[in-house]
Write a protein of this length. Sequence first.
Length: 69
Amino acid sequence: MNAKGQIVIPAGIRERFDIKQGTKIAFVEEQGRLLLQPVTDAFIESVRGSLRKRGMPPELQRDPDREFS
C-alpha cells in the first residue's frame, strides 16, 4: 500500500477477473477477513435474485449511466 492508501493488483489477477481501469471494487469484510470483489455486470446479475428481499448493498449497485451488456 502506498502513502495514498492505494494498492496494486497484480496483472495476472486483473486479467483472470477481468479487472480493467475504472472497474469498481467492493471491499467486503467477512469473518475477520477483507475480500475484494470486482463489481462487474456479471457479478451484479449473479447476486440479483439472492438480494431481492434485502436489496442490493449500495457499494454493489450498478451505476445508472453504465451500459448493460
